[in-house]
Design a binder for this molecule. Structure first.
Ligand SMILES: C[S@@+](CC[C@H](N)C(=O)[O-])C[C@H]1O[C@@H](n2cnc3c(N)ncnc32)[C@H](O)[C@@H]1O
Ligand SMILES: [Zn+2]
Length: 242
């Protein structure tokens, strides 16, 4: 008898919302866990069905494909329709070459018991108002939660990237300030000269070289090289003149 492998996933209630899908065992990055199955609809058919459930009008089992069709997980779907959304997902949708099918794939190694989550990035044709964002509000609780399951607008992405850059610069500055705070004072009396002076210099040099590489900005090095080049050229010219 051939031993049956346990399925990658199980469905059970989620703290995030209703049912969720969880890793039934450790899932390696890149694993195709499930196909997002369901009836294919045209956008017009999908629009005509809205709201599918008037008591919960913004609940959706739709998954838009790049071939223009919409997969309705509510009709002929499988367990993938229970996968919840997160703004910090561990899964993502991968389409086949003609964009007619989509698979839920692990973006990283996922430990048994973790909830499987992908970023819905919902596409809505209307103007994205605060009210609409609220209708599709996200409760994922991730540090970078957008507050909505709606796809970020390019403008939002730019703002997010700028904010990330600022945060990074602030962290670097903070690290430099910390380093400066811990550095010995310049005005401290110089130690008396000893026979080991040469060794001390080498030790200091060693310390300098241990500075994190990141601080040695390439640009700075590049500029230095150009200056050196200019000087070389000038020296050569001067030599010729002579
Ligand atoms: C495809 S279903 C996922 C399964 C869902 N938990 C259920 O039991 O029906 C998608 C719906 O789940 C809810 N949902 C999923 N992720 C969510 C999240 N991060 N925050 C709030 N609601 C979420 C929303 O109502 C969404 O329309
Ligand atoms: Zn979120």
């Amino acid at each position: 008898m051939v031993a049956q492998r346990q399925p990658w996933h199980i469905v059970k209630p989620s703290q995030l919302h209703g049912n969720g899908v969880f890793a039934n065992r450790d899932i390696p990055a890149g694993t195709r866990i499930l196909q997002y199955a369901g009836k294919r609809l045209t956008p017009e058919q999908a629009d005509a069905m809205f709201p599918v459930n008037p008591d919960d009008p913004f609940h959706t089992f739709f998954f838009a494909l790049s071939n223009g069709k919409i997969v309705d997980g509510g009709q002929g779907g499988n367990d993938s329709r229970w996968i919840n959304h997160s703004c910090a997902p561990n899964c993502e949708g991968h389409e086949n070459s003609d964009g007619s099918r989509v698979f839920i794939v692990a973006m990283r190694d996922i430990a048994a018991g973790e909830e499987l989550l992908y970023d819905y990035s919902l596409v809505i044709d209307d103007e994205i108002t605060d009210e609409l964002k609220q209708n599709y509000r996200c409760l994922c609780g991730a540090a970078q939660c957008r507050g909505t399951m709606i796809a970020p607008l390019p403008e939002d992405e730019r703002r997010q990237a700028a904010a990330d850059e600022l945060r990074e610069a602030a962290a670097e500055l903070e690290a430099e300030m910390e380093q400066a705070r811990n550095a010995p004072l310049k005005d401290a009396p110089a130690p008396e000269a000893t026979a080991h002076d040469g060794e001390d210099k080498d030790a200091k040099k060693g310390k300098k070289d241990k500075k994190p590489k990141k601080k040695k900005g390439k640009k700075k090095d590049g500029k230095k090289d150009k200056k050196a080049e200019k000087k070389d050229k000038k020296d050569k010219k001067d030599n010729k003149k002579k």
